[in-house]
Design a protein around this ligand. Sequence first.
Ligand code: 3PY
Ligand code: MG
Length: 260
Amino acid sequence: MTQAPAPIARLAGAIAAGPVLTAWSSFPTPVTAGILAREAFDAVTIDMQHGAADFASVAAAIPAVHAAGKPVVVRIPVGEFQTASRVLDLGASGIIGPMVNSVEDARLLAAFTRFPPVGERSWGPFGALPASGLDPAAFLAAANRMTVVLAMIETRAALAALDDILAVPGIDGAFVGPADLSIALSDGANVDPTRQDVAEAIGHVAARCRAAGRIAGAFAFSGQQAASFVKLGLRFVAVENDTAHLRAGARAALQAARAS
Ligand code: 3PY
Ligand code: MG
């Protein structure tokens, strides 16, 4: 009987098989990340760029998500490429690098997330190795294949360098941040992830990723926006975040309570 792969090994295959809808946790604890993982999301992404996720909270949340059978993706803080290596060591399966605006940024992201010969990741997978169930040699052989690395496209510079970023060995695809992109495309005038020019830019990123055989993804600020991204062919889509779920649930309950 063939055994199902461990949760740490499931992300790349899930993205290849169909769109992955990920939860997005900006305030992770083992309890909240575990709760999200037990909803029908395909993965849980933990956000270290914004919100309150620090290294200790990521270390505590990963086993809770794995216990629910789901893989973990981590968005690292801007430019903190060494954090990418460290959260992969903990057992993350995917890395999202924010504000990757140049080929140089993309090369650094790849270098810290890929073992040689693709990159320069250093050995020390003390959480990932037991989570994989593999011995060290098998883990080393599988790690680059198991790990999904997405470069965030959320500035004019990133859009201009898109094809070159996608061509960097070790970069699996692009992940759009529609809020920052709306700020960039409006030259700082507003933040509106539903702007028409943002939608057009996401369509462009989807097309360039398809042409390059790369994964396109984006953060969706609503379920409807997530559905529109899936229709465009995006394969890794974040559906709101934990605080949005909390606020929406509270508002709906209070509205119902006060309506009577
Ligand atoms: C953005 O929309 O800019 C994001 O980074 C989403 O998290
Ligand atoms: Mg952003």
